[in-house]
Design a protein around this ligand. Structure first.
Ligand SMILES: Nc1ncnc2c1ncn2[C@@H]1O[C@H](COP(=O)(O)OP(=O)(O)OP(=O)(O)O)[C@@H](O)[C@H]1O
Length: 236
């Protein structure tokens, strides 16, 4: 599946009776690299979880390419090309790295696992290690690689750099950029490491209290230090 566009219109969603997102709309063209930024608790993870079908939706529409996925369960969205790597790094701890990757293959041949090893040589070195024996960075690589093996056309990455050493961050970001350069997927990334996210992204959306408060390019944001301070709480 080649990269696909993502269209989110008037999305209102939350958990149980609590609404977190209010009328969020965003439009991402196929093959773009996107950063979703915002302070803690503004609803970034909720936005990705909602696109992945894991929260309660009150209204709005979500489409990948020309396909309306709004009414599909999470598994159906994955079949339509949505990849989602949540913050939790949900690997199978009692399975080896290679067995974890097999889960991501779905109906692809076993040989496709080589794609994951090319992207993350460290996983090849650790292929016989159990999930429980991996470092945080290696777990992040494994969850990401597992999603990528499913060949999503839109990939959502929730804080992929969280808690990782700078050298591992560089390794991961290089892998994401290489992936984006193939044109095989549209990548949206939530990240607290603002500079790393801006280096990666072509488009930026900033959330504030469950709404899109700003959108533009990294260059535009660099030219608006007051926006950075107001919406991200950091001097840039
Ligand atoms: N499973 C849940 N059940 C109920 N409320 C939740 C749940 N997950 C998150 N929330 C609430 O939703 C709001 C938005 O949280 P969310 O995790 O989407 O924010 P975020 O912008 O991703 O924050 P952070 O940058 O800290 O990860 C918060 O008030 C949070 O407490």
């Amino acid at each position: 599946m080649p990269a696909a566009s993502l269209e989110v219109s008037d999305l209102t969603a939350g958990y149980g009776p609590t609404r977190i997102l209010e009328n969020v709309s965003l439009s991402v063209e196929a093959g773009r690299r996107v950063a979703v930024l915002g302070r803690n608790g503004v609803g970034k993870s909720t936005l990705f979880a909602t696109i992945a079908g894991q929260t309660r939706r009150y209204g709005g529409r979500i489409a990948i390419g020309n396909e309306d996925i709004t009414e599909l369960p999470g598994s159906g969205r994955a079949l339509k090309g949505l990849g989602y790597v949540p913050q939790t790094r949900a690997i199978f701890k009692s399975l080896t790295v290679e067995e974890n990757l097999q889960v991501g293959l779905k109906d692809r041949p076993h040989s496709a696992i080589q794609e994951a090893y090319e992207m993350f040589p460290r996983l090849h070195e650790r292929r016989r290690n159990l999930g429980s024996q991996l470092s945080g960075g290696e777990q992040q690589m494994l969850t990401t690689a597992r999603s990528i093996l499913g060949q999503p056309s839109v990939l959502l990455l929730d804080e992929p750099l969280e808690g990782l050493a700078p050298v591992i961050c560089d390794e991961l970001m290089a892998a994401f950029s290489a992936l984006a350069a193939t044109g095989a997927m549209t990548i949206l990334m939530i990240e607290q490491r603002i500079q790393a996210a801006l280096n990666f992204a072509q488009d930026v959306f900033i959330l504030e209290r469950g709404e899109i408060a700003w959108s533009g390019t990294p260059a535009q944001l660099e030219g608006e230090p007051e926006t950075v301070e107001r919406l991200l709480g950091v001097a840039h």
